[in-house]
Design a protein around this ligand. Structure first.
Ligand code: NAP
Length: 362
């Protein structure tokens, strides 16, 4: 029992986090090297153009407000003749809008295909590469499919979006020929855990490359009727403040903003703490329930309907995804050990079922 609990608490799967810089290779090493930064907190804020903030700043002093209004008033132009009718100044031409992005998706499975839809709807081009052959799927949808990541990189997309399974991502990213890409390319990911890809990308990518870690908190099931109001978490881990890279990053994030997502800027560490408490627990309960083979009845209560929906949503995701949520989020292993402690204290049957389910998979 002691050894199984130790295993369950993550001690068997993950040795306790060591101090930064402990040099061991492999996926778990990326986790171990991380020292949790629970103080890191980025405000939850929607992306808005800077101008919109300053114009509507309610905190500005009355004097500042008056000055701004003064600056905004049109100055009439009389050409020296006081009787001549005032002419409005010529409006300055709008800045040229940047060219549409070319987004290269690496890992074109269930979620890669789903996210490609939104990117295309916002007028950007999608290129894709995957382990399996999706050329037929892509042919009918205006997507260029490449049978190797090498060939995709030769096309030098503006953004390389990693959509591979959590478990395969380290191998997938290490195999990317970065020297074929432009040195200011943005590499983004959509993994459902965030500390792991952040550390991996920081370790592997050449310095000039931008890094944007994201997690669309929805999928093909929950987002099938549109992405409006669904949360989109992002962390601009390393992006130039000015120039092309900064513009492309904003263009990339605006895809999700324009699709109606609720944009949530949050550090990767903070995301993983929240996700362990919400996502991991949700998926675990959904998967445990699926074992009960629940069926709809003519007298479903609202609560039971929710359980059926939860079961349906979680089991339509791959098992790799669930396994990744557990194994690659150190907070999830802590959550699991809390469940184990509760079971030890209360010897309660529901706890036991959950504990045994999680124990079996790790
Ligand atoms: P998944 O099972 O997590 O990942 C499937 C993808 O990983 C496919 O593109 C698959 O390529 C690739 N893959 C798996 N094993 C591989 C290997 N050994 N080598 C190379 N590629 C491999 O299912 P998913 O739902 O499509 O999720 C993809 C990513 O999106 C995950 O990181 C997940 O966390 C994230 N995400 C998913 C959702 C969701 O609701 N599904 C929501 C937000 C984020 P092939 O298809 O070519 O075999």
């Amino acid at each position: 029992m002691t050894s199984s609990l130790r295993h369950f608490a993550g001690l068997g799967c993950f040795p306790a986090p060591a101090s930064a810089g402990a040099g061991v290779s492999g996926a778990t090493c990326l986790l171990r090297r991380y020292t949790p930064d629970f103080c890191a907190f980025a405000a939850l804020r929607p992306i808005r153009p800077a101008a919109a903030f300053s114009a509507a700043n309610p905190l500005a002093s009355p004097a500042e407000h008056e000055q701004r209004q003064h600056r905004q008033q049109a100055v009439p132009c009389h050409d020296g003749d006081p009787s001549a009718p005032a002419r409005s100044p010529l409006p300055s031409p709008p800045p040229p809008s940047p060219a549409p992005l070319r987004v290269g998706i690496v890992g074109f499975g269930n979620f890669g295909q789903f996210i490609a839809g939104g990117i295309q709807r916002q007028g950007h081009a999608v290129l894709a590469a995957s382990r399996s052959d999706y050329s037929d799927y892509c042919a009918g949808r205006g997507i260029r499919f490449f049978t190797s990541v090498d060939a995709l990189c030769e096309e030098q997309p503006d953004v390389l979006l990693i959509c591979s399974s959590i478990l395969s991502t380290e191998a997938v990213v290490r195999a990317i020929p970065f020297h074929k890409l432009r040195p200011d390319t943005i590499v983004a990911d959509v993994l459902s855990v965030k500390q792991f890809p952040r550390n991996l990308l920081l370790e592997i990518l050449p310095l000039g490359f931008g890094i944007v870690c994201t997690h669309p908190m929805f999928g093909p099931e929950s987002g099938k009727n549109g992405w409006g109001k669904l949360p989109f978490v992002y962390d601009k881990v390393r992006v130039a403040e000015h120039g092309d890279q900064a513009i492309k990053c904003e263009q990339f994030l605006s895809i999700f903003e324009h699709e109606g997502c609720r944009m949530v800027e949050m550090s990767c560490a903070e995301h993983d703490r929240y996700a362990a408490g919400s996502q991991f627990v949700t998926h675990t309960i959904g998967r445990v329930l699926s074992q009960l083979n629940l069926k709809t009845t003519p007298i479903n209560t609202k609560g039971y309907e929710s359980l059926l929906q939860l079961t349906h949503n979680t089991v339509s995701d791959s098992f790799d995804l669930y396994y990744g949520l557990f194994m690659y989020n150190i907070n999830a292993t802590e959550q699991a050990s809390t469940l184990a402690r509760l079971h030890m204290m209360h010897h309660s049957y529901p706890y036991q079922i959950i504990v045994e389910y999680v124990h079996d998979i790790c």
